[in-house]
Ligand binder design. Sequence first.
Ligand code: XIL
Length: 365
Amino acid sequence: SDDFLMGTALGSRHVNHHYRYPMRQDAKELAVVTREFNCLTAENLMKMEYLQPREGFFNFEQADEFMAFAEENGMAVVGHALVWHSQTPDWLFKDKSGNPVSREVLIARMRNHIHTVVGRYKGRIKYWDVVNEAIDTKMVVDESLPLDEEGNPQKKRVAFYRDSPWLQIIGEDYIELAFRFAHEADPGARLLYNDFSMTDRAKVEFAAGMVQGLKARGVPIDGVGMQAHWHLDYPAVEQLQESIDILAATGVKLSITELDIGVLPRGNHYQGADVSRREELRAELNPYTNGIPAEILREQGEKYRALFEVFRKNREHLERVTVWGVSDKDSWKNNWPVPGRTAAPLLFDANYQPKPAYYALQKPS
Ligand code: XIL
């Protein structure tokens, strides 16, 4: 086909154990899913804490059900995610006495997890997010710049490998080992590196360097996933285009893997904030308690439209766009960082009706 895959993620409720048969209980949501999308990612249930909660004990019940749903409806599947620092089971990095395991043991655990999971769905999962969020950034003083107007040193953002137990215990080569194990288990699957803030210059350049290094060493990496948890004012289209150029120059394909455009202010002003200002901040952070105004929803639609124009222009590099959820009822951005907060970042409202954002990204006729 001449178009990229259009995917969505299902669903937080599918790991809510109150629902024994989750796929059968969301008829409205699933109707939207099969009508509007041709690709599916499991929002949680293929993460390691769910698939292997105890060592050697694999729980595939919900993942199998999810796969069956996708296949019955002819949808491509994205496996998410094999190696990540978050949503890992408690046992993973420790031995029985609670001490960190050795490099050899962690590599063996990683290999076993990847071989078991990727092997089980061999030939049925089109893309795997093999390594997720391995790059971190921070601000440091930039010695090459003069002091600012107030006499303070200016700062710049720098990127580096995230200081996770994977890195601490195995070292930087945990990344390439993960790709090699995944390729052994399913040589036909397309293997991705996936991360957020892939429009921040320092991070994008670091990621591109990493991909070049992996390719130079013959590591089987097929693509980079840009998560795309974005906002009304971020990123600018030029910034997105620049990032696509930098990443595409490495020769791998790109996917937009977790798109959502929240209508609330960027950043988490709440965590680490002055606790005595909690209530004050609560109102500031949750301005739309009586619903999102129509003009904001239109602005959101325009942002989706502008970014999709960039996606379409870069069709030769882009394989897929996945939105991170179906309706505003279930977005992970809701209730965070304060309860009751509604970021309304998706294409369908809480009643599964299409929003201006949905109409904005229909192809121009
Ligand atoms: C999120 C899910 O949406 C939530 O339901 C869950 O509680 C936490 O994880 N980056 C990722 C995704 O790669 O797996 C995360 O998904 C969002 C950030």
